[in-house]
Design a protein around this ligand. Structure first.
Ligand SMILES: *Cc1c(COP(=O)(O)O)cnc(C)c1O
Length: 355
């Protein structure tokens, strides 16, 4: 039964090796990020086989799943933790990204209780407006974190590109490095990891603009999808066919390209736009917004155009295709990061790992 999503383990491994080669030249350790495939343990295994240093995920449940599967590596929790998940965090997470002293003190209490030292990376917001202490107050706040019992601040980090769309540059990386230098000098310590960012930071290596002090990248999209959405490009040396979605045709008819009747809003409150191309051969696929984003579907048959989706239906235009599709046939797609995230989260899409 469709829809199905095929995860090509070896292709992901190839991408991971390609990125490891790029990053190791600059002494950058990689945290391979599994969240877009919901912490699929076999994907984690591929990353491990590729020699990736850490595995990062934003959800403890994913980390738990990978650990229970037997993946033996250091796990990084990428989303700053909820107070309500600290007990689980102590059990399953090796390195936690953090941005609140209040949360850190709660982690400290639990660490003391279980007689553990919890490693953390303190996040600094250098402009993107997502997590992290604002750079102007970073030194004081991180110095206070250094004094908290049973907590080891192994480094500092930043995240760019994801919320504000701010592009990582030499300038904002140097800002992070200057904060690192000041804290290290004043407190006579040496941080282990300076975590400069995600996929969006990769062009800094290519352009030889990354400060040497940055020694960790957390890479998801580049390894899993082979793309970099923030910089709108493909990642050099990485493939984009690591995950393929297959959906089935449930209706196939000749229909006009413009709806008949007065147009209001669609199922999601959007006003759909139509171009009059006359009568077209159109198919309905049994997959919808609950499982994918239509704008992130890229048909392998490049003559197919994806038109629009509602919750459970996706309409594609087959007029220009050289193939003779019938009802019950399937259509395969590559996916954008956002679309893949929905497909892997959807319980209605069967996941098949190809070895
Ligand atoms: C998701 C995430 C990443 C990985 O980002 P990609 O763009 O997929 O490489 C890195 N860091 C944090 C904090 C994240 O949440």
């Amino acid at each position: 039964m469709y829809p199905k999503m095929y995860i090509y383990k070896n292709r992901i491994k190839e991408n991971a090796i390609a990125l490891k080669n790029i990053c190791s030249k600059k002494n950058i350790k990689i945290s391979g990020v599994t969240k877009v495939l919901c912490g699929n343990p076999e994907v984690a295994e591929a990353l491990k086989e590729a020699g990736i240093d850490f595995i990062g995920d934003s959800r403890i449940s994913n980390i738990k799943k990978m650990k229970n599967f037997g993946i033996n590596t250091e796990f990084m929790l990428l989303r700053i933790p909820m107070i309500s998940e600290i007990e689980e965090l102590i059990k399953y997470v090796d390195i936690t990204l953090i941005s609140e002293l209040e949360t850190l003190k709660k982690i400290s209490e639990q660490s003391i209780k279980y007689n553990k030292i919890q490693k953390v990376i303190y996040m600094v917001d250098v402009g993107d407006l997502r997590e992290g202490v604002w750079y102007e107050s970073a030194i004081n706040e991180i110095e206070e974190a250094l004094t908290i019992k049973n907590i080891k601040v192994i480094g500092i980090g930043t995240n760019l590109g994801c919320f504000g769309g701010v592009i990582p540059t030499k300038e904002n990386m140097n800002l992070l490095v200057s904060i690192k230098n000041k804290i290290e000098e004043k407190n006579n310590i040496k941080f282990e990891l300076i975590s400069g960012g995600n996929t969006a930071a990769l062009p800094l290596i290519e352009n030889n603009e990354l400060p040497n002090e940055i020694n960790n990248f957390r890479l998801g999209e580049s390894i899993i999808c082979g793309t970099d959405v923030t910089n709108n490009k493909k990642v050099l040396g990485a493939r984009q066919d690591t995950v393929i979605l297959e959906a089935e045709i449930i209706e196939l008819k000749e229909k006009p390209s413009i709806p008949v009747g007065k147009i209001g809003f669609d199922a999601f409150g959007r006003v759909p736009h139509f171009e009059d191309k006359g009568i077209r051969t159109k198919a309905i696929l049994a997959i919808g917004e609950q499982d994918i984003s239509p704008s992130g579907l890229y048909p392998l048959d490049e003559d197919i155009e994806v038109l629009h989706s509602s919750s459970d239906h996706t309409i594609v235009d087959l007029t220009n295709s050289k193939n003779n599709y019938k009802i019950g046939d399937t259509i395969k797609f590559k996916m954008s990061y956002g679309c893949m995230l929905k497909a892997s989260t959807s319980q209605y899409v069967e996941k098949i790992v190809i070895k």
